[in-house]
Design a binder for this molecule. Structure first.
Ligand SMILES: Cc1cc2nc3c(=O)[nH]c(=O)nc-3n(C[C@H](O)[C@H](O)[C@H](O)COP(=O)(O)O)c2cc1C
Length: 157
């Protein structure tokens, strides 16, 4: 990729499914890799979605929840962002809203990818578009998607 079309992979991942794919994408495309990390890390109890009062569920049910991020990655030099996240309650984890609202993604080409147990990516893509983001591609992967699946998707972009 030349200087005018630099890409980065920016992702959030709590149980490493999305992280594994993010690393494959970075390796295959040569994009730089940035992780979004919660200032207060999510414990296993925090993401136990069987418990309706677990932190993740409370946040997902609260439109104003904006979990803090340790360090907002500086992605100003990139034109294209592979934006990765797990699906939480059918959509973006609220920490992605925190990141989006820094405006770091404004004006960039967004290639969204997610991992999930079974839900599709469409609700989260609508959420990204509602922020005015330019989502040019999107792809959902299963929790244990193979390197081949990721590679084939990248080839088709
Ligand atoms: C709080 C919470 C909510 C979830 N909600 C959904 C959901 O609505 N649909 C779905 O298919 N999977 C759901 N999952 C499963 C995750 O999307 C899936 O395990 C994903 O691969 C996790 O990615 P990560 O390892 O990068 O954190 C949920 C997981 C958690 C922790």
């Amino acid at each position: 990729m030349d200087e005018k079309n630099k890409a980065a992979v920016v992702y959030f991942s709590r149980t490493n499914n999305t992280e594994r794919l993010a690393k494959i994408i970075a390796e295959k495309t040569g994009a730089d890799l940035y992780k979004i990390e919660a200032k207060t890390p999510y414990t296993d109890d925090d993401i136990n979605w069987h418990d309706k009062n677990c932190r993740a569920n409370l946040e997902q049910n609260d439109d104003s929840a904006r979990p803090e991020i340790t360090t907002i990655p500086d992605i100003s030099e990139y034109d294209t962002i592979y934006l990765g996240y797990p699906i939480w309650w059918y959509t973006l984890p609220k920490i992605m809203d925190t990141f989006i609202e820094t405006n770091a993604l404004n004006g960039k080409k967004i290639i969204a990818f997610c991992t999930s147990g079974s839900s599709d990516i469409e609700t989260s893509v609508s959420a990204l578009k509602n922020y005015g983001l330019d989502v040019i591609e999107s792809q959902r992967f299963g929790e244990s998607a193979s390197e081949n699946e990721v590679e084939n998707w990248l080839k088709g972009l």
